[in-house]
Ligand binder design. Sequence first.
Ligand code: CA
Ligand code: CA
Ligand code: CA
Length: 114
Amino acid sequence: MVTRILALAPVLVLTVSAAAAAAGSVDYNGDGLVSKEEFRNEVARTAGLADKNKNGFIDAGEFQLSADQRTDFDSNGDGKVSVEEFQSGQMKGFALLDKNNDGSLDADEMKGGN
Ligand SMILES: [Ca+2]
Ligand SMILES: [Ca+2]
Ligand SMILES: [Ca+2]
């Protein structure tokens, strides 16, 4: 289970940085840190964009997730990844990346290394 959750980290960095690049509007305050609040906002935005047909689920074809990633996100095991599951999965990833537990991600933590 631990390894499965850890597998989320790269997804999270990918989705957030991709969304940031697309929007060019994530406010990192120029300090190179991503606060939990900024991250949460970004995740909510990403999830909203991913759910293209607005049915509350991140369907296959709307957002590219591997089978393993889908299983990781699908916390209630109904075979679907809801927007809520996607968001809580990403926030778990945030907690894993925030190695020093200061509530924000610095450049090294964003890389997801150990
Ligand atoms: Ca959808
Ligand atoms: Ca589900
Ligand atoms: Ca940190």
